[in-house]
Design a protein around this ligand. Structure first.
Ligand SMILES: Nc1ncnc2c1ncn2[C@@H]1O[C@H](COP(=O)(O)OP(=O)(O)OP(=O)(O)O)[C@@H](O)[C@H]1O
Length: 611
């Protein structure tokens, strides 16, 4: 991880005003998404807001009528209260309706927010799956994903802010209409009083975003440190190696420098904001003086005075909220842009879907002079690998750590494409097949299989999730992989929750997990089985049993086994020995033992260890 100490946000890409405004373009699309996540709620919310928006001007107007009526009646010898009570009743009705509508708006805002946040989280999960491993392992991608994922709340706030903004526009327009009707000059004062504050807001919002954005990868590091520093899975090592201080200090160093930058920005914003607010207050009193003067000269009534000063006051605070909300929206819109950038990331799939995948493999797989380097890396991992593997053949890949065995598997499964050369299935380049369909041919257990904290049943069914309800199939897979022994020991059998994260969860030993994960490979009637170190955590007897079953069950099936244990390797029809990204030897166990090369050497070394 990079150890950076940023002096200011200018150290990294700064987001300008232009970008802030450009980000607004994604708002219509955003509303499309919200509408689709809750159509009725959205329409109800919109209508409630539109009606509620007229409440402020209506209340002020009725207030004016009441005061003018009181003044009129005071001058009469015979007073009538009829009209007055009617006005009061009207004001009460408007106040109650506005309150009820406000509640309806809050309710629908909350519900819509929940629906939208669920829908967008699901979208992110689905999108992540569409991307290639190369994209997933790219740090830039991670930053994008992090920004898209962590800003879900900000998107929900954006929704209610944007809707409130639409409501404000109507309120402001209606108040302005009243003001123009009686005193158009007041509008000029009003504009003068709020514009500086607005410019100030916009400037600081893009600075705030620039800071947050430029710190995405550092924030990721902070999250990572928080995770490893306070986590039950890492606790064992952290305690044993006494790492707490090391991690806490590293966390503090990074978080302190972020705090300092943020503090500088917050203080500047607060000082400027204060000054501009003063301008607003002074202009309000300027307007007040003007209105009082005109009232005293008999140009406007007392009711109009209350209406105008009330309208001016409300307008000013409404406009200020409007502008600060405007900047909040611009800020969230920038994050929104990140979310859409992520959702729109291009999926690299060069498959020509028209090429049919062989139903039954006849000739087998062939590597033809394959070279490979991982994306963004110069280092060649595979250097001209060529070999063929017949249909129905059981092949073992052998080689020292880092030789490239797992990389071969990743290429066969099309997680990456060769940098040079071809991989063929029955003579057709595998890059021509539809990726998802092609992968259905394989039953695989990875060396670094994932331990899902789901039930045992689900942990096995992930190998073929469509068969989740097929108990017989799951039971059968469990039997084949010896996972049935694990299930027999569980209180809740197949429905036992695994891991320690959730209630009633049961943690498994390394070997038990491996048996469960191996069952996944048996969940499909796959044409080709790939087992990447499937027994590394098993005891000697379990390993022997697993392979005995495997060989018996997969007679005539194509399979690849990666293992460092030669007792397992020798069961294969042929062995491919990989050294430093090249095929060193290939042949049956007996053939390889007859050659004085790496295989024979390693075999004898291991055999000697057992004597
Ligand atoms: N995602 C990756 N990005 C970049 N380099 C990688 C990646 N995965 C593996 N490598 C590199 O590729 C080389 C081969 O790794 P691979 O996992 O294929 O080895 P292996 O033969 O399976 O080793 P082992 O026996 O230790 O499992 C290693 O040098 C490793 O550092």
């Amino acid at each position: 991880m990079a150890r950076k100490q940023l002096k200011s946000i200018k150290d990294k890409n700064k987001v300008g005003l232009k970008d802030s405004f450009k980000a607004w373009q994604s708002i219509p699309r955003f509303f499309g998404e919200i509408y689709r996540s809750g159509r009725t709620l959205f329409i109800v919310n919109l209508f409630a807001r539109i009606i509620k928006a007229f409440a402020p001007v209506a209340l002020l107007w009725i207030g004016k009528l009441i005061i003018d009526e009181i003044v009129l009646q005071l001058g009469q010898s015979e007073k009538s209260f009829d009209l007055l009570w009617q006005y009061v009743a009207m004001e009460l009705a408007v106040a109650i309706t506005s309150d009820l509508l406000g509640r309806l708006v809050n309710l629908t805002d909350g519900l819509l927010g929940d629906l939208y946040s669920n829908a967008s989280s699901e979208k992110i999960i689905r999108k992540t799956n569409e991307l290639t491993l190369a994209q997933l392992e790219n740090p830039e991608f991670y930053d994008k994903l992090e920004r898209a994922r962590t800003q879900t709340n900000s998107r929900v706030n954006l929704m209610s802010n944007a809707l409130s903004q639409a409501e404000s526009v109507i309120s402001i327009a209606s108040l302005i209409a009243g003001l123009i009707y009686f005193e158009p000059y007041l509008i000029i004062l009003l504009v003068l009083s709020v514009i500086p504050a607005f410019i100030n807001e916009i400037k600081f919002s893009s600075d705030r975003y620039s800071l947050a954005r430029s710190w995405t990868s550092e924030r990721r590091e902070l999250d990572y440190l928080r995770y490893i520093g306070a986590n039950s899975q890492t606790a064992k090592e952290i305690k044993l190696f006494g790492l707490t201080d090391f991690i806490a200090k590293r966390f503090r160093r990074l978080s302190d420098s972020y705090y300092k930058l943020n503090k500088k920005l917050a203080i500047r914003q607060s000082v400027f904001g204060g000054v501009f607010n003063l301008i607003g207050i002074v202009s309000y009193y300027g307007a007040y003086v003007l209105i009082i003067y005109r009232t005293m000269n008999g140009l406007i009534t007392l009711g109009e005075l209350t209406f105008l000063s009330g309208s001016f006051n409300r307008l000013q605070s409404n406009l200020q909220t409007f502008f600060s909300r405007f900047t909040r929206i611009s800020e969230s819109a920038l994050y929104l842009q990140d979310y859409f950038d992520f959702i729109d990331l291009e999926v690299e799939d060069i498959a020509d879907k028209s090429v049919p995948i062989p139903k039954v493999m006849i000739k087998g797989l062939e590597f033809r002079n394959v070279f490979f380097s991982y994306p963004d890396s110069e280092m060649a991992i595979l250097k001209g690998v060529s070999f063929t593997m017949g249909a129905g053949e059981k092949m073992a890949f052998v080689g020292q750590n880092g030789a490239g065995k797992t990389t071969l598997i990743k290429l066969i499964l099309r997680f990456y494409e060769p940098t040079q050369g071809e991989i063929l299935m029955d003579g057709i380049n595998i890059s021509k097949f539809d990726k998802a369909e092609y992968r259905k041919l394989f039953g695989v257990i990875f060396q670094d299989f994932f331990r899902y904290e789901f039930t045992l049943r689900e942990n096995i069914a992930v190998g073929n999730i469509d068969a989740l309800q097929n108990h017989e199939k799951i039971q059968d897979a469990a039997y084949k992989s010896l996972a049935n022994q694990v299930i027999d020991e569980m209180k809740n059998g197949f429905d036992q929750q695994l891991g320690r994260r959730f209630k009633n969860g049961q943690e498994l030993s390394g070997g038990q997990w491996q048996k469960v994960a191996l069952a996944r490979a048996y969940m499909k009637d796959a044409a080709i089985m790939i087992l990447d170190e499937p027994t590394a955590a098993l005891d000697a007897r379990a390993e022997y049993e697993v392979f005995e079953r495997f060989i018996g069950l997969t007679k005539g099936k194509t399979s690849i086994i990666i293992s460092h244990r030669f007792s397992t390797v020798r069961m294969a029809d042929r062995v491919l020995v990989l050294e430093d990204g090249k095929v060193l030897e290939i042949g049956t166990h007996d053939e390889l033992m007859a050659q004085p090369k790496l295989y024979a050497e390693l075999f004898k070394l291991q055999a000697a260890g057992y004597q």
